[in-house]
Design a protein around this ligand. Structure first.
Ligand SMILES: [Zn+2]
Length: 58
């Protein structure tokens, strides 16, 4: 099953050749990513969720 980018309105997935990265384990960094994906403060990524390389959240 291809993994899809979890950013708001981003549909890039691994089948299209995008590199998808896991959310960082570092809490502070992870919070920055969560703020940047635009899904709201209460949204949390689960272990299978990824972000694509073109999303400049890092
Ligand atoms: Zn993306």
């Amino acid at each position: 099953m291809p993994s899809r980018c979890s950013a708001y309105k981003c549909w890039n997935n691994s089948n299209q050749g995008y590199v998808l990265v896991r959310y960082p384990s570092d809490e502070i960094l992870k919070r920055k990513w969560i703020a940047a994906v635009g899904r709201g403060k209460n949204w949390l990524p689960n272990n299978s969720q990824r972000l694509c390389e073109v999303s400049s959240y890092v």
